[in-house]
Design a protein around this ligand. Structure first.
Ligand code: AMP
Ligand code: MG
Length: 425
């Protein structure tokens, strides 16, 4: 429990996952929108609706290479009695000429080319003898055959994308098709990850007994990027209470959200993050009824851009998460709590990981009163729990693609039970 420090309510009462998530989200407001060029807006969340500047498609055009015709002229065409029409011209995609088709004639037309006035159907080249002068057509074409009508995809002025939509490649294409060069989006949150611990050594530096390579700062920065942030790491903050606040202070000006790992266990003089931040009074430490990831801390520090530490009355500071040091705990905590916060900063609606129902291929255990997030391998509708479920077991985490949820009220589930499974990004 809380040896060495004064126990407080937040430390001794267990929060549910949902209550803790709600407390976090109530403290987050989306970042101010900015107008970004399409390439830069990729992956960001729209802060405005995007409407079609023109109808899509903007003009009637052909969906195939073939011949523009009057459907009535080819109504009786058959393999043994083809309709034969004089070919009076050719229209390529991009041709802006004012073509008009005379009844009883045909014009060669390419995919995407504007339909000549009068024509009401396109005969695919495969239904013809492909002749340039007089084309023989072997099959009838109905009115509208192979024609893409103006506005058939969207009407002029129609809303194509709504605020809150993430600009994935498809949406970038929609915005470009709507004539936009830039869109108003929430910028990617700037995240700084600080790993704490005297035992941490930078990968690339030889290990001495008693030390480990820092993996958390790489992992959490990568997870933040995956969740739409721009992330950097400030690795290896020493276990010195006097060093933690200056390290955080240094990053405040560059961050929309701060994440620390380590130094927040259930009490003890080496829990430097907890010791340093508790003094500010704006960060709350609590135990969440989950495994892994029971000790959690969240709050707001500084005063936003240019602010300093200790702004208890600050209007808007920088949200900070203090994640547990064990890598699996840090990872699961990130996905459950930081990911929704990053989504909220971006004004996104997709706050949590997608989940599916799946059948356990083996039994699982879970502590009473806590929700377990077990590492598993999801394959179709079956999920296999991994044998290594220790919160230090990063190698097993690396084999997982899903988290198996075991509810608070279950202590074991047999094989073939159905469970909720979170799909890892
Ligand atoms: P702590 O929360 O600081 O007590 O750390 C809990 C466990 O996580 C200890 O075994 C640490 O060595 C380990 N740990 C803490 N930080 C990291 C890190 N950045 N990378 C890998 N393991 C870590
Ligand atoms: Mg530590």
């Amino acid at each position: 429990m809380t040896s060495g420090t004064t126990p407080d309510v937040a430390d001794s009462a267990l929060s549910t996952v949902e209550a803790y998530q709600a407390a976090i989200l109530s403290a987050i407001t989306p970042l101010a929108p900015a107008s970004l060029e399409l390439a830069a807006a990729e992956g960001c969340v729209l802060a405005e609706d995007v409407t079609a500047a023109v109808a899509l498609p903007p003009f009637d055009n052909s969906s195939m290479d073939g011949y523009a015709v009057y459907a009535a002229d080819v109504g009786g065409a058959a393999a043994d009695s083809p309709a034969t029409l004089r070919v009076t011209g050719e229209i390529a995609a991009g041709d802006i000429g004012a073509h008009r088709l005379a009844p009883g004639t045909a014009m060669r037309i390419m995919t995407g080319a504007r339909l000549p006035a009068g024509a009401d159907a396109v005969v695919p080249v495969e239904w013809t003898d492909d002749d340039d002068a007089r084309v023989a057509i072997y099959r009838p074409a109905e009115r509208g055959n192979a024609v893409r009508y103006a506005g058939g995809d969207a009407a002029e002025g129609e809303t194509l994308l709504t605020a809150g939509t993430r600009m994935r490649p498809m949406q970038i294409a929609v915005a470009a098709s709507a004539g936009r060069t830039a869109v108003s989006v929430r910028p990617r949150p700037r995240v700084v990850v600080l790993s704490t611990g005297d035992e941490l050594t930078e990968p690339g530096t030889p290990l001495v007994p008693g030390r480990i390579w820092d993996s958390n700062s790489y992992m959490i920065a990568a997870a933040a990027r995956e969740a739409g942030a721009v992330a950097s790491r400030r690795a290896g903050v020493p276990d010195d209470p006097k060093g933690v606040l200056p390290a955080l202070e240094e990053q405040l000006a560059h961050a929309d959200l701060l994440i620390t790992t380590g130094g927040v266990s259930m009490g003890g003089e080496h829990d430097v993050v907890k010791a340093a931040l508790r003094k500010l009074g704006t960060v709350t430490f609590r135990k969440v009824a989950m495994q892994p990831g029971m000790p959690q801390g969240f709050g707001v520090i500084g005063q936003g851009r240019g602010g300093g530490l200790g702004g208890a009355g600050a209007k808007r500071g920088v949200p900070i998460f203090t994640l547990p040091g064990n890598p699996v705990s840090a990872y699961v905590s990130f996905q459950m709590f930081v990911r929704p916060a990053l989504a909220a900063l971006q004004g996104a609606s997709d706050l949590s990981l997608p989940s599916v129902r799946a059948t356990l291929t083996g039994p699982v255990r879970s502590p009473s009163g806590r929700r377990s997030y077990l590492r598993g391998v999801l394959d179709g509708t079956k999920v296999t729990p991994l044998s290594g479920q220790g919160s230090h077991q990063i190698a097993y985490l690396g084999r997982a693609n899903a988290l198996i949820i075991v509810p608070e009220w279950e202590t074991q589930l047999p094989a073939n039970d159905t469970v909720d499974v979170l799909i890892l990004p």
